[in-house]
Design a protein around this ligand. Structure first.
Ligand code: AMP
Length: 505
């Protein structure tokens, strides 16, 4: 198969907003993939590489000056070989060697292929929604039930492997996937819930209400004395978290799979900032900060797989085997008790709560209604300090906004984050024609503006940041709308933002 066929299908998917059309386009492509190239095609369509991340940054990729060929000739196999070589480069001189390889690859690519490869290599294409659509396309292409694909995907943790099984052995091959100790399953995900009351009512009160801890997801497997710890992306981090391994080894069982969150704590028991937990997942950081696990699910215990049993029973198993390490939960509370719990969670520095149906099985890899996250949403009015020129679909448009908070002492606004989320095509066009009127300065990638425009931004919270001048950065910021009715001196101040830091109140 030619790379250009994959690129064309990927462009087709981006060009349509209909989920059904997206699935059809991908299914058609998959039907034509040979078994030996199918894994690669499926990985790329989901924005991933079979080789995993291969350590090439956006800067290196875009700095390469290449003249693209006009005609498509690259095959899936050739490109995959390039990725193999890139992944194998190491030691001194590796940056130059990578550049050489990339220049060869890009030189043989058409403009559209070049664009696709950059988005693939930078991880820009990776997103959960895409994976779900590719899974549906696998089901459609090989005429197997979507539930069978999803189940095999969750158990294998890998969509490419699942696709190959579906293509070569159909539903029977998919059904043969089992939870295997030592092999991580795709974690179950949560959907944003509207309000606490609605989420509790949706399940007639038959819910587990839990703190939503702002740490990092872990999945722990134990088989006898062997223990493995995996991240949310199924990376094996066993070697960097010996204290977690030790705790799990002490549990009274022969085999277990637990799902949970881990975070570093202050001496007082308050959670430390998220970045500090994440820093422990690298191999090199000294283990000064001890990680504490908070398990919220049990997928296997002493030889029994529990994925298909209701949460009610999984929680019971969790309590039996790891009661002391389980996240506290309110089981089937009345609405007032649940509301009180929510307030308590926020006061304790957590980012919100999770509401989970007690009757639902573990639907791995899916963002379903059975788990709902409830967080307080904040909106802030911030000053636009500049905008970066977009790339890909946004080439030629001023896109990524630099956002500033007002200095209550009258100084210039203080930058607190960037976002291009929530920008519609109409807004991109408007920004591109309006911003030059406010231009103060510019460099290669950015137009800097006089602080004159106010934009309303929704965010999930804020975190401490050594990078931004105010020491604080927005989390998951997205544009709601422009506020032409507001002047910059009416924008929110840096103090308001600092007050949103966990535990600031
Ligand atoms: P989000 O990343 O916002 O979609 O929220 C889902 C994530 O919240 C999960 O992947 C976990 O890492 C984390 N989390 C924190 N506390 C819980 C909990 N009690 N139950 C499930 N997930 C939790």
């Amino acid at each position: 198969m030619l790379l250009s066929e994959v690129v064309e299908a990927s462009a087709g998917v981006r060009a349509t907003s209909s989920r059904k059309n997206k699935i059809n386009i991908l299914a058609e492509l998959l039907k034509h993939a040979e078994p030996q190239e199918l894994a690669q095609v499926v990985a790329w369509l989901s924005g991933e590489l079979i080789q995993g991340r291969i350590g090439t940054g956006w800067r290196t990729l875009t700095a390469l000056e290449v003249v693209s060929t006009g005609s498509p000739g690259l095959t899936v196999e050739t490109v995959d070989n390039f990725f193999d070589q890139l992944a194998g480069v190491g030691g001194s001189g590796s940056a130059a060697r990578r550049q050489e390889l990339l220049a060869d690859l890009f030189g043989a690519a058409t403009g559209a292929e070049h664009d696709f490869l950059i988005r693939l290599l930078t991880g820009e294409m990776r997103q959960g929604a895409l994976t779900a659509i590719v899974a549906e396309a696998v089901a459609a292409a090989y005429d197997v039930p979507i539930a069978a694909v999803r189940r095999a995907h969750m158990l294998s943790g890998r969509l490419p492997v699942t696709a190959v099984a579906a293509r070569t052995g159909g539903a029977a091959a998919l059904a043969a996937f089992r939870l295997e100790l030592g092999r991580p399953v795709q974690p179950m995900l949560a959907s944003p819930g509207a309000t606490l009351e609605e989420a509790v009512a949706e399940f007639d009160g038959q819910v587990s209400v839990e703190h939503k801890m702002d740490g990092a997801r872990i999945q722990v497997h134990r088989d006898g004395d062997s223990v493995w710890v995996f991240t949310r992306t199924l990376r094996d981090i066993t070697a960097s978290v010996p204290e977690l391994v030790e705790l799990v080894r002490k549990l009274d069982c022969t085999s277990v799979v637990l799902d949970g969150e881990t975070l570093a704590l202050e001496d007082s028991g308050r959670p430390r900032p998220f970045q500090e937990t994440m820093s422990r997942f690298g191999a090199t950081v000294a283990q000064e900060l001890l990680l504490h696990p908070y398990f919220f699910d049990c997928l296997h215990l002493n030889g029994d797989d529990l994925l298909d049993v209701p949460l009610r029973d999984r929680r019971r198993a969790l309590g039996e085997v790891a009661g002391g390490l389980a996240i506290p939960a309110l089981i089937a509370p009345d609405p007032e008790a649940a509301a009180e719990y929510f307030d308590g969670a926020l006061a304790a520095g957590h980012e919100g709560i999770m509401i989970k149906s007690l009757d639902a099985p573990y639907a791995a890899g899916r963002r379903g209604r059975a788990w709902q996250k409830i967080k307080p949403t904040h909106t802030l009015d911030l000053v636009v300090l500049g905008a970066e020129w977009g790339y890909g679909r946004r080439t030629g448009y001023l896109s990524n906004l630099h956002l500033g908070a007002r200095d209550p002492d009258g100084g210039p606004p203080i930058m607190v984050g960037k976002t291009f989320k929530g920008l519609t095509d109409a807004l991109l066009q408007w920004q591109t024609s309006e911003f030059p009127r406010h231009e103060r300065d510019r460099d290669a990638g950015t137009m800097y503006l006089h602080p004159e425009l106010v934009v309303e931004i929704a965010l999930d919270g804020v975190q401490t940041s050594p990078r931004y001048p105010g020491g604080v950065a927005l989390r998951f910021a997205r544009v709601v709308r422009y506020r032409p009715d507001k002047e910059p001196h009416q924008a929110d101040t840096i103090d308001t933002i600092r007050a949103l830091l966990p535990g600031a109140k």
